[in-house]
Design a protein around this ligand. Structure first.
Ligand code: SF4
Ligand code: SF4
Length: 105
């Protein structure tokens, strides 16, 4: 059994906004990522099944973007290649505010 990843799915909402309306997840620079030479540090670190491993060549990709916890950036620090980035937090907050206003939350 794989114990490095939990079975937890995404939270359905964040601040009252459906998770699918919030574009927060890690972006991977595929030119920089080398899969940590087969160690896949970000994959091992994140418990939310966001990432998927690729082989030949070793790379990581985002498989379940909405499993990512909004405003978490913890895996970014794990990357030895500085290949992980995130959207601008202030811009995402504006998206959330606009969605809340539109839905009357
Ligand atoms: S930690 Fe960085 S280099 Fe390693 S697999 Fe993840 S994105 Fe690629
Ligand atoms: S930011 Fe947090 S929740 Fe999102 S992929 Fe990285 S460690 Fe996982």
């Amino acid at each position: 059994m794989d114990t490095t990843q939990s079975d937890s799915g995404p939270e359905p909402t964040f601040m009252g906004v459906p998770r699918e309306k919030i574009p927060w997840w890690p972006r991977i620079d595929q030119d920089k990522c080398d899969g940590c030479a087969g160690e896949y540090d970000c994959f091992k670190f994140c418990p939310h099944r966001v990432y998927r491993k690729r082989t030949d060549p070793p790379k990581i990709e985002v498989e379940n973007r909405y499993n990512c916890v909004v405003f978490c950036q913890a895996c970014r620090k794990m990357c030895p290649r500085d290949a992980i980035s995130f959207p601008d937090k202030a811009e995402i907050l504006q998206v959330i505010k606009a969605a809340r206003t539109a839905s009357g939350v």
